[in-house]
Design a protein around this ligand. Structure first.
Ligand code: PMV
Length: 348
């Protein structure tokens, strides 16, 4: 069997954060995210069955250049999920992948990259498992595989918003895979998420190490409860379009995530001075204007600027004159909530 499949898949921003895991990459608390649009990965997998190999063999090219480290990681990932994607065994893969965002922008590509990879694997699987021809089953399966590569990647396979992790407040929610979350005021489906690049340097502590430190964090149990409580409140804001409350929860979540890092043992800090300068300016601007401009952060120093489409012209001069000067080389990725992954082609 041979063929070539290509998916484009976006990154996502968690509003309620996943931080802490157990078992086979299962979350300690439920999370919810915006699926992004501009920040995405494009991954093409050329596959061929080889009678002389039993596992999966990967040759990986990033931006047109061979990348052994990425190849080894993807090969390990595919072989680790051989129980769930047995059709990948005995295949040789040539993978070509690229990101829409600058390589050294400090933006993690694991959510977009691993969701794109999981979608390619499921498309290949459609040739041997007919259940994968059902759209919902396909996406849930892709989300499960993506989760095993990187927890947050599980949420990237759905349009607009996705929930990952069991919660009594969202029907059919699961620890195994994310699901689409559609009970939202339409204002959130065009929400802006401009990513202000504060530093391009690689994180000093990886997310994997950060999750592991939660196991001995003295605040862990109250944190997991806090995330559950905030999710319940946030779902109400998403439904009734309460932007002020939405933004307050988004900011509190971002700062809680970073506070957990600061009070881990050993303690560490991923924010930079410029992250704090931007946060203070956003809060002062909001106080002065009353406009719903809020921030979030991932596990890094970059600031995600959240605002509804309706105020984009009003906030633009402020972003340009007051915030962009704090960015490294004035770098901003102007992103928005997006429609989810796209199958570009599948030839065989
Ligand atoms: O998917 P991971 O293992 O890289 O964890 C990422 C966790 C956060 O981005 C900090 C939060 C989240 O829910 O995306």
């Amino acid at each position: 069997m041979q063929g070539k499949v290509c998916w484009k898949s976006p990154s996502n921003l968690a509003i309620i954060k996943y931080w802490g895991k157990f078992g086979r990459q299962l979350p300690r608390n439920p999370s919810i995210s915006f699926t992004l649009d501009a920040a995405h990965s494009l991954t093409e997998v050329e596959y061929a069955s080889k009678p002389d190999i039993d596992k999966c063999k990967v040759s990986f090219h990033f931006d047109g250049t061979a990348n052994q480290a990425f190849g080894d990681r993807v090969e390990r990932f595919i072989n680790d999920i051989s129980d769930l994607a047995p059709w990948m065994q005995g295949k040789s893969l040539i993978i070509n992948s690229s990101n829409s965002f600058p390589h050294s922008s400090g933006i993690a590509s694991s959510a977009s990259g691993l969701s794109a990879m999981a979608l390619c694997i499921c498309s290949i699987g459609q040739r041997s498992d007919s259940k994968l021809n059902d759209k919902t089953y396909f996406l849930n399966y892709a989300s499960t595989l993506a989760r095993l590569g990187s927890g947050s990647a599980s949420r990237s396979v759905y349009p607009y918003l996705a929930v990952w992790g069991e919660t009594e407040h969202v029907k059919d929610s699961s620890n195994e895979h994310a699901i689409a979350f559609d009970k939202v005021d339409p204002i959130f489906k065009t929400y802006h998420d401009d990513i202000l690049i504060v530093s391009r340097t690689e994180k000093s502590v990886s997310s994997t190490a950060g999750h592991a430190l939660m196991d001995n964090n003295v605040y862990a149990d109250s944190r997991y409860q806090q995330a559950k409580d905030r999710l319940k409140e946030l779902l109400i804001c998403l439904q009734n379009g309460n932007l002020d409350k939405f933004g307050t929860i988004a900011e509190d979540e971002a700062l809680s995530l970073h506070a957990l890092m600061m009070c881990s043992d050993p303690s560490y800090i991923l924010m930079e001075a410029e992250s704090l300068n931007i946060i203070q300016k956003i809060r002062a601007y909001r106080k002065e204007t009353g406009l719903p401009l809020h921030f979030s952060l991932d596990a890094g120093p970059n600031i995600h600027l959240l605002y509804p489409d309706q105020i984009k012209d009003q906030v633009k001069p402020f972003i340009e004159s007051e915030l962009i000067p704090h960015c490294v080389d004035g770098l901003v990725i102007e992103d928005k909530v997006g429609e989810g992954p796209v199958l570009i082609s599948h030839e065989y």
